[in-house]
Write a protein that binds this ligand. Sequence first.
Ligand SMILES: Nc1ncnc2c1ncn2[C@@H]1O[C@H](COP(=O)(O)OP(=O)(O)OP(=O)(O)O)[C@@H](O)[C@H]1O
Length: 337
Amino acid sequence: MPDQTLAAQDPPVPPPPDAAVVVEDLVKRFGDVEAVRGISFAAAPGEVFGLLGHNGAGKTTTIRILTGRSRPTSGTASVGGHDLVADREAARAELNLVFEDQNLYLRLTGRENLALFAQLYGAPPERVDALLRRVGIEHAAGRKVKTYSTGMKQRLLLARALVNEPRVLFLDEPTRGLDPLSARTLREIVRDLAAAGTAVVITTHDMTEADELCDRVAFLAEGRVVALDTPRELKLSLAARRAGRHARVTLDDRSEHEVPLDDPADRRLTEWQAAGRVLAVHSDEPTLADVFVALAGRGLDDEDGDDGDDPGPDAPSDGARKWWHWLVWPYRPGGRR
Ligand SMILES: Nc1ncnc2c1ncn2[C@@H]1O[C@H](COP(=O)(O)OP(=O)(O)OP(=O)(O)O)[C@@H](O)[C@H]1O
């Protein structure tokens, strides 16, 4: 169990009135399995919000509830101000999603696929070509989807999810299986959508992607939010708790030196700077993957957790214990980077 003396924290900040997504004390049980154990967070319009965690952490269950595909056991969730249980159809009109299990009509063209969905949503037909342009596949609009690459299909799915101009877009592993260039293009489209005011909630296993794309991330472990903040703040919080921080300094003679950052008596960096000798300084700032390991006790690549016990959120590793609870924070206003 968590050390409750460390769990003392300020009360959660209430979500802002204009929040695009609000989740409060959400619980989902499947028989004996408690997939989601009382999570809370809010996402603002124009924010890219990441849900991160190991397989089985509860991400998909949360997103299924938030997209009206599953009912919570208890707690509340709303999208665009509409409760997903009491006001499900109104909530669903405000959202759309790109999920792994979604299919396209392979024998139809890209344009025909979109036109079908536009019709379903009652969207004006001219939106179809606008969306094809927006995701950059207008050149292939007249081709059958079965001739599309994985990246093109993913862009078409994204276009399809935009036919109802959703206020909130849910993306499950949006760049899985894409080459680096396609992944980058997709991330750019997502950022543009957010810049135009759409709230985007993504799940990903890719910590570099989460760092690059998300304004804030929530780490889920065993159905609980164990940390929630901007990637930058999460990394800096871990850095501040690490002993033996140092910078690697490269000088004009190509020599490299490790300079401790916690030792005021070490004046070398200042002296090298004064002498104009510094070519480069690299810090050892932790990555988001480091944060994940510190929180979960193991990395994402180590799915079977065979590097030792997986302590999970109830029993953070000793290294993580000092700061683990410190980061648990359901909502942080003005958290944008
Ligand atoms: N329909 C279901 N019936 C029983 N248990 C379920 C069901 N759906 C999910 N679970 C369980 O709930 C827990 C959370 O699953 P969930 O799919 O939400 O995790 P996840 O974080 O999305 O994992 P992944 O990264 O593998 O998609 C798991 O233990 C899973 O086995």
